[in-house]
Ligand binder design. Structure first.
Ligand SMILES: Cc1ncc(COP(=O)(O)O)c(C=O)c1O
Length: 399
């Protein structure tokens, strides 16, 4: 048979992280590779109660088709959460999506024509790169330290007047764990207004801050309704229910609704009702507090172990929330080789290269601390440390 696939089937390959995850599923491997929440934090018993209540009280409705916009009580609860973080919204501004990944994909469908430019952090979230690539986007990367460097962003906006939107993950970014400074949030809005571009603020981790001061989302400073805010229940509740949302101007939401209809009609009715019921019966904020406390301990344990076991000439981010630490190896060290050597030692991380949309930087690694026990974190970092010491010394002798 001749090739029947559309052109975009060549562009989009199965995510390298997903491929890596397959290898790391071996039980003997200590994995810092995925971005999975801690399973012991899923509120299984309370979810059973919420699920039973939904099926008892509104069984048929929860198994019926629903509206594309989403279940109203859940949209109300989200709108309430949005107000709590400084985003004024009503349910008309909220669309429930099947995970925030669907929101990202719909954003690509809605705003990107072939060859359109997107400005993003360098590095950025791999599955967003792949989603936007499937719509033939071009990526312009902006260097980051505490979030995007605004002088660089301005230069890029100047050099790329065809830019459609800035894609940013301001809080505890995936993959770096870094956070955009307050002043830069305001400046990003000023620049977006000046250059008339949209901002897509992808914020799955903002609610998982375990240290430092709370910062308002970029959308809080939005004076012209040009920020499309995307978030999710995946990191504060459970990823398996696949519930995310978009909070944006009504005119955007109407278009998203039209596109979502063609994708899946609506998000899982039962999952939406169970989540709304959970929030009615239980205190979601208390649950998130537990998550933060556990991640704080895990992150502290990983940082402490890295200081003890890793070579001294590495630099790494020190996150105040979220799930990830970013490691920068000396120039010339290929993190894919480090990954392969680590796997021989039954420990896994993710090489950083795929997180750079234009594929340039090779000496970085992403580590996840949310999914392993404290004991495994210490043991895994020790094993990685052995590999890093050995490989860095080899490199030195070659110089
Ligand atoms: C930055 C970012 N955006 C979006 C997502 C997608 O999350 P979900 O589809 O589970 O809501 C993730 C998942 O890890 C992420 O890291």
């Amino acid at each position: 048979m001749k090739n029947k696939f559309a052109e975009r089937a060549r562009i989009v390959k199965s995510s390298e992280t997903r491929e890596i995850l397959k290898v790391t599923e071996r039980p003997e491997v200590i994995s810092f590779a995925g971005g999975l929440p801690a399973p012991e934090l899923f509120p299984v018993e309370n979810l059973k109660n919420a699920c039973n209540a939904v099926l008892d009280e509104e069984g048929a409705a929860s198994l019926q088709y629903g509206t594309t916009e989403g279940y109203i009580p859940l949209r109300e609860a989200i709108s309430h959460r949005m107000k709590g973080i400084g985003i004024n919204s009503t349910i008309k501004n909220v669309l429930i999506t099947s995970g925030s990944q669907q929101a990202i994909d719909l954003t690509g469908r809605l705003f990107i024509n072939e060859g359109y430019t997107i400005i993003c952090e360098s590095p950025t979230y791999l599955a967003a790169i792949n989603a936007f690539k499937s719509y033939d986007a071009k990526f312009v990367e902006v260097v980051m330290d505490d979030g995007m460097v605004m002088e660089e962003l301005e230069k890029k906006l100047n050099n790329h007047p065809d830019t459609k939107f800035i894609y940013t993950i301001p809080d505890f970014q995936n993959p770096t764990g870094r956070t955009l400074k307050l002043e830069r949030r305001k400046r990003m809005i000023e620049l977006a207004n000046q250059y008339d571009v949209l901002i897509v603020e992808d914020n799955p981790y903002g609610a998982v801050r375990f240290a430092g001061e709370e910062l308002p989302p970029v959308k809080h400073f939005d004076t012209e309704n040009r920020v499309i805010y995307i978030s999710t229940f995946s990191k504060i509740f459970t990823p398996g229910l696949r519930l995310g949302w978009i909070c944006a101007d009504e005119t955007f939401i109407e278009k998203y609704v039209a596109f979502k209809q063609t994708a899946d009609l609506h998000t899982d009715s039962l999952a939406q009702r169970i989540t709304a019921k959970y929030m009615e019966i239980y205190d979601m904020e208390e649950h998130i507090k537990k998550i933060k406390a556990v991640y704080k301990t895990k992150c502290t344990e990983m940082m402490r172990s890295m200081k003890e076991f890793f070579p001294k000439n590495l630099s790494y981010s020190e996150p105040e929330g979220g799930l990830f630490i970013w490691v920068e190896l000396p120039e010339g060290i290929d993190s894919t080789h480090i990954f392969t050597e680590c796997l021989k030692n039954n420990v896994a991380c993710v090489p950083g290269t795929p997180f750079f949309p234009n594929g340039t930087q090779k000496n970085t690694l992403r580590l996840n601390y949310s999914n392993m026990s404290n004991e495994k974190i210490i043991e895994g970092i020790k094993r990685m440390g052995e590999v890093l010491h050995r490989e860095l010394e080899k490199e030195l002798t070659l110089l």
